[in-house]
Design a protein around this ligand. Sequence first.
Ligand SMILES: *Cc1c(COP(=O)(O)O)cnc(C)c1O
Length: 351
Amino acid sequence: MSKFWSPAVRELTPYVPGEQPRERLIKLNTNENPYPPASGVGTVLRDYPVDHLRLYPDSESRALRDALAADLGVERKHVFVGNGSDEVLALAFQTFFCQARPLEMPAISYSFYPVYCKLYGVERRTHPLDSQWCVDLDAFSADAGGIIFANPNAPTGHGHGRDAIAGLLERAKESVVLIDEAYVDFGGESAVPLMARFPNLLVTGTFSKSRSLAGLRLGYAVGSQELIEGLERVKNSFNSYPVDSLASAVAIASLDDVEHFEACREAVITTRERTRTRLEKLGFQVLPSQANFILVNHPQFDAAQLFLGLRERGILVRHFNTDVLRDYLRITIGTDDEMDSLVETLELLCG
Ligand SMILES: *Cc1c(COP(=O)(O)O)cnc(C)c1O
């Protein structure tokens, strides 16, 4: 706390990201991808014409937006890019959610949303998950000031299908509905094809998880032209160049390699289901997941103790110390070898 901070800053509760340890641990705590990015990424980094860095990048990121648009089956004017989807989300809060009616969200979802509410002074209204721990779509009001949730949701891994999302978009016609699809490539169903029918739909995505590029910081949004233009207005009032030339070239190389992308996400999905079976044999309850993580609990063992036991043995997972999630661990899906170590260590701890 400092007397130099403005009053609003004194009131903030910043987001706390999962730890990035210095030691070599098996890192299953921040939903990074265990596989390397596409090989074309290395080629771009090796051969990039260094003199290009003298110049500002294209402020409209046209080449990257074209590549993304082709990948998503939409036109460039429907695509917005930013420095990580966290930044895209922040710009979306400023563009759409700073208004009188409260923003509605599930009580359990990505924990950055409440942080942005505080930062931008947006009033928040939360709805509990349903009895199956799914986002309760019927709970959202038709006249919400905006609606936001992750689909598949974090940290539960449950995802709603496109038809259910279409029902919500239809009902909440006057509200921007932001669907955060950070995990959609691991088995979810994307809402992007609904964009043509619903001008109130904004979908965000990221290169951090399914494209193994968390260090690059690249995220995007897809939506109607009016929503994208709104985001551009705010972006161009804040930072005209959020995506640097090198990041753009790297991202295009990643999009080019469909085969690598498919192979990695299939590997993660296969390992996830294999891990589920093995943990269930140890007595864990494992929530069904369409993401690259699983949320688990053990009826006989304290999650905080298991977290510490794993940490001592070189395995890092995520434990959220909140009322609802206290009994659970969120475990990122790593390689088969990493998950073997996890299961063997849990056998020891729960034996
Ligand atoms: C990881 C994550 C993000 C952030 O992605 P970046 O592009 O790395 O900023 C956004 N939303 C959810 C739900 C996430 O889990």
